[in-house]
Design a protein around this ligand. Structure first.
Ligand code: UD1
Ligand code: UDP
Length: 381
C-alpha cells in the first residue's frame, strides 16, 4: 500500500484533486492510501468547503489554517506546518496541483525531506515571471520526481528547461519521470456536466436565458490590483453588455470584490449594478459548469475557466496578454485581449461574425486521472 499525501489549498486545486481522489477510491483502494492536507489558503465556504461537498472529495485529514497573508508569510507558514505533518506521517510521496503558493509549499517541504513530489499540471508557462504562479510552477517542476503535463506545449517547455524523462524506476528528484497525460479538469468536466445540469438552478436564479448572456471571471492581481486595468476591463464589459443587449454575469472572486469597490470610479461601479451586469458571489462548481455550458461567450483571466470554455466549445476572450494554454488560442476559439477595451471589442465582433468551429481534442480523453494513478504506482510504488 502506497501512502500518498495530497496537498491542496485553493479553489482550482480542490477541483483538480477531485478527479484523482475519485479514481483512487474507485480503482485503487487497496494500492493507494490517500491523505489530504488542506493548507487553508482559501477558507470561505464558497471558495473551499462547497467543492468538497459537491465533488465528493473526502474531508481533509488536516487543515493547516494558514489563511491570507503576503506571499512570503503565507508560503513560509505552509512550509513549516507541512514539514511537521510530513515528519509525523512520513508519506511515500506528496502530490501537488497547479501553481499556487500551496503547490510551492508542498513541493519545497517534501523535497527537502527527500519525499518524492508528484506535480500534476507540470510544464505550463506564461513566460512572465512577474506572475507569482510562474515562479511557483518553475520551482515546483524542478524539485519533482514525477511530472504530469496536460499538453504538448507543457512537455516542450520542460524540455527547454533541461527536464527530460528518465526511464529509471523508481524515479527520483534527479531522475524524474515526465508524462503527457491530458487534463484532470477535462476528466471532471465529462464526469460532472450532466450531474451539474440536473442539480443546478443557476440560470433560473439569475434570470438567464441559455445562449443569451456573457460569463466573466477575473482575479489575477495583475488585473485586480491595478485600478487602471480594472477600470478598463469593467468599462469594456459594461460597453459590450449595453451594445449586445445581453446580460453579463460576473461571479466575483473575493479579491476582486474587495478591490472593485475601492478602485472603480463610483459612476462606473453604480452603472455596472444598474445595467444588466450581475455582480455575484463565487458560485459552486455545478453552477459554474452550467453557466459555462450555456453562455454566449466567456471573458476571463482564469486558467481553469479558459480550459472549461474550450471543453464546452465556447468562444473565450482572455483578459491577459499571454496564456499558458497556447493550444487553445492556436485554434482561434480564444483571443488574447489583455485589459484593452479596443482589443476586447474587436475580439467580441470577430466571434459574432465567425464563431469558432474547430475544437480538436487538446486535453486528452477524460482518463488523465487513471493514467496518473497507474503511473504513480508503477514509477514510485
Ligand atoms: C490564488 C492563487 C492563484 C489562483 C487562485 C484561484 C497564489 C499566489 N495565487 O489566488 O494562482 O488562480 O488562488 O482562485 O497562490 N480571500 C478571501 N477568502 C478566501 C480566500 C481569499 O476573502 O477564502 C481574499 C483575501 O483577502 C486574500 C485574497 O482573497 O488576501 C487573495 O487570496 P490568495 O489565496 O492570496 O490569492 P488568490 O487571488 O485567491
Ligand atoms: N469556479 C467555480 N466558481 C466560480 C469561479 C470559478 O467553481 O465562481 C471554478 C471554475 O469552474 C474552474 C476553477 O474554479 O474549475 C478555476 O479556478 P480559478 O479561476 O479560481 O483559478 P485558476 O484556474 O485561474 O487558477
Amino acid at each position: 500500500m502506497m501512502h500518498l499525501t495530497t496537498v491542496v489549498g485553493a479553489r482550482p486545486q480542490f477541483i483538480k484533486a477531485a478527479a484523482v481522489s475519485r479514481t483512487v477510491r474507485k480503482d485503487f483502494p487497496l494500492q493507494i492510501n490517500e491523505r489530504i492536507i488542506h493548507t487553508g489558503q482559501h477558507y470561505d465556504r464558497g471558495m473551499s468547503e462547497v467543492f468538497f461537498d459537491e465533488l465528493q472529495i473526502p474531508k481533509p485529514d488536516v487543515n493547516l489554517q494558514v489563511g491570507s497573508h503576503g506571499h512570503g508569510e503565507q508560503t513560509a507558514r505552509m512550509i513549516s506546518r507541512l514539514e511537521n505533518e510530513f515528519h509525523c506521517n512520513a508519506p511515500d510521496a506528496v502530490l501537488v496541483y497547479g501553481d499556487t503558493n500551496s503547490t510551492l509549499a508542498g513541493a519545497l517541504a517534501a523535497s527537502k525531506l527527500h519525499i518524492p513530489v508528484i506535480h500534476v499540471e507540470a510544464g505550463m508557462r506564461s513566460f512572465c515571471k512577474t506572475m507569482p504562479e510562474e515562479i511557483n510552477r518553475i520551482l515546483c517542476d524542478h524539485v519533482s520526481s514525477l511530472l504530469f503535463t496536460p499538453t504538448p506545449t507543457g512537455l516542450n517547455n520542460l524540455k527547454m528547461e533541461g527536464l527530460v524523462h528518465h526511464r529509471q524506476i523508481p524515479n527520483d528528484i534527479d531522475h524524474p519521470g515526465i508524462f503527457h497525460c491530458g487534463d484532470v479538469m477535462y476528466d471532471n468536466c465529462l464526469h460532472f456536466h450532466s450531474i451539474a445540469e440536473k442539480n443546478s438552478h443557476v440560470l433560473v436564479e439569475f434570470g438567464l436565458q441559455p445562449g443569451e448572456y456573457h460569463l466573466v471571471t477575473l482575479h489575477r492581481p495583475q488585473n485586480t490590483d491595478d485600478p487602471e486595468r480594472l477600470t478598463r476591463i469593467f468599462a469594456a464589459i459594461l460597453q459590450l453588455t449595453q451594445s449586445s443587449g445581453r446580460k453579463t454575469i460576473i461571479p466575483l472572486h473575493p479579491r476582486t470584490s474587495m478591490l472593485l469597490k475601492k478602485s472603480l470610479p463610483l459612476n462606473l461601479f453604480s452603472r455596472l449594478q444598474a445595467e444588466n451586469c450581475i455582480l455575484a458571489l463565487p458560485v459552486p462548481y455545478f453552477d459554474m459548469l452550467v453557466l459555462e455550458k450555456n453562455a454566449h461567450l466567456i471573458l476571463t483571466d482564469s486558467g481553469g475557466v479558459q480550459k472549461e470554455a474550450y471543453f464546452f466549445r465556447k468562444p473565450c476572450i482572455i483578459l491577459r496578454a499571454e496564456t499558458e494554454w497556447k493550444e487553445i488560442t492556436a485554434t482561434g476559439s480564444a483571443i488574447l485581449a489583455d485589459a484593452d477595451p479596443e482589443m476586447i471589442s474587436r475580439a467580441y465582433s470577430r466571434f459574432q461574425s465567425s464563431p469558432p468551429q474547430s475544437f480538436p481534442p487538446i486535453f486528452g480523453d477524460g482518463l488523465a486521472a487513471p493514467f496518473i494513478c497507474r503511473t504513480i504506482l508503477e514509477n514510485l510504488g
